[in-house]
Design a protein around this ligand. Sequence first.
Ligand code: ATP
Ligand code: MG
Length: 304
Amino acid sequence: MSITVTGITKLYGAQKALDDVSFSVGTGEVVGFLGPNGAGKSTMMKILTCFLPPTSGTATVCGFDTGRDSLKVRRHVGYLPEHNPLYLDLYVKEYLDLVAGLHGMQNRAARVKEMIGIVGLGPEQHKRIGALSKGYRQRVGLAQAMIHEPDVLILDEPTSGLDPNQLVDVRALIKRMGEKKTVMLSTHIMQEVEAICDRVIIIKEGKLVADDKASTLRSSAHHREVLEVELSGDVHANRLTNIAGVLSAHRKQGNTWLLEHDAAVDIRPAVFRFAVDSDLQVLGMQKSERGLEDVFKELTRKAQ
Ligand SMILES: Nc1ncnc2c1ncn2[C@@H]1O[C@H](COP(=O)(O)OP(=O)(O)OP(=O)(O)O)[C@@H](O)[C@H]1O
Ligand SMILES: [Mg+2]
């Protein structure tokens, strides 16, 4: 295991930011770490990178305890913190050379050059960091996180604020990194999770609420599915919810409806019968895939 978290609780004064969280991440996995604002994602990442001690519980990275072996942990971990703090007065190359030096690396110049190529900083490499656009600063942040060839990358919202083209580039870069390394990244963008993560961990108010493959989460949460049905004429929603097995009916557009039902019940025969009895034809019918976004909303909705 690359990362094991056992019963981590973190208190800021009286506030519980993390509440008895446990999970593990295997070598080579790319894990999406999700949760609403204030759920405790950044706090967990700071604990895993030895920036903060937990109030109780333990965490190990590459087998090293974050409390007892913090230097070894930091040697094996690359970290892109939230808000990507950088020295704005330093030049790109100067800064990366400084970071390589802090890691005690040999032939720093060659490694800096290599990293500039990997993250696509070539055209901007002679600029001061303060003169770079946000996306290029993000690339500098990624380069500093990866320069010492860590086995584990912890990236706190690595793509926030990137334009669509840079987004594609940076996601591809993270995915490539994930082929050889363990990556844990936080994000609020579900497409990103779908595009690059093998697994999803969701926390809410400091507690773990889901830990599974994205595909499993999509199909299993609340065991519900949605059937999209197009009818030849108008009906009232109430009549659709009266069909056996239908839990709710939402008009998608015109006479096309989204019928939510228990995944264990096939409502299609009942829908056909309903159409015949109502003098309507079924013009189209298809299962509508639940998105990860729906799952996220259900799992992290505030208690009413
Ligand atoms: N240094 C601190 N002192 C006091 N409270 C803090 C501190 N850092 C975080 N918190 C609180 O702990 C909770 C978790 O914060 P955290 O930054 O870990 O959330 P997050 O999941 O990263 O949220 P976001 O999606 O907004 O980045 C929040 O309620 C936050 O206000
Ligand atoms: Mg955060």
